[in-house]
Write a protein that binds this ligand. Sequence first.
Ligand code: AQP
Length: 332
Amino acid sequence: RPRVFSGIQPTADSFHLGNYLGAVRHWVALQDSHDAFYCVVDQHAITAGHDPKVLRQRSRLAAAQLLAVGLDPERCTLFVQSQVPEHAQLAWVLGCITGFGEASRMTQFKDKSARQGNERASIGLFTYPILQAADILLYQANAVPVGEDQRQHLELSRDLAQRFNKLFGRTFTVPAPHIVKDTAKITDLQDPTAKMSKSSSSPGGIVDLLDDPARSAKKIRSAVTDTGREVVFDAETKPGIANLLTIYSALSGRSIDDLVAAYDGRGYGDLKKDLGEVVRDFVGPIQERTRSHLADPAQLDKLLVAGAEKARQVAVETLGVVYDRVGFYRPV
Ligand code: AQP
């Protein structure tokens, strides 16, 4: 079976609808067709400042949410990044074949460092995509399900795999992005031209899976839309409505055309009200399941330790080949 790898940062208490619809939903779907490795990337989560106690709890919360939305440890390998030291070890090697200029072109670093102030942005934030490449290449992943915002980072992962293979001999599978176009960029409810984001959206712009369902429904009802009335899907001229239709379609399984026809002549208010209810009904059971996973931290930890052991078997093997190929010292 082809391999799939993806990761998510435990940088907030809750994942948001963008994380779920752009990426995690596909993780769930790929469990049966692929040999799937999914990772809570806590090492990525310290690149922009953090609180140690909160981070540890958020890693558990992230794992609990992933289980709640449908990851099944019997059908995939779920683990926490820092439990597998080979990620950081491989990142060092990959960093040594990455150009400074090449890394400097990563737009996510440019955006985030500009927001933080260039003097305060860490080297970890700068080398983030190299650690991400290590995450992926360590597992010889064929495909990486992510949102559109990760396309450039994935391109770097591909370049590094190819470069390493050329320099030192065929070692890595070159991974392909698995970006499902329809939901690849869920936008901010208050600024429908920007992506919904943990770090840059205002509270009104983001729908968290673990937020109070009534509050989420209210946020949907208050989403920014244009001044027209007609419900049509046009991401250029009506980005707010297009975003709501995208979310509605993905959560309900109804096609965009079907929704547009259903709201013909009814205006935005009805659409927002109904979508608010769809979101409310969707997050309710996820919250319940998340709570039940969190209620048994020993069981959760057991599962994550087992996941890390499984992941390490692959990681150790790949790193061994890498160390050998680059000529690291090995006593005879
Ligand atoms: N708005 C989005 N639409 C579609 N996919 C999205 N993803 C994130 N935002 C959207 C995808 O979610 C996965 C996990 O991403 P992450 O752990 O890197 O989370 P993130 O990028 O930290 O999430 P945010 O909200 O975008 O935070 P900031 O802005 O702080 O970086 C990835 O596959 C990502 O593509």
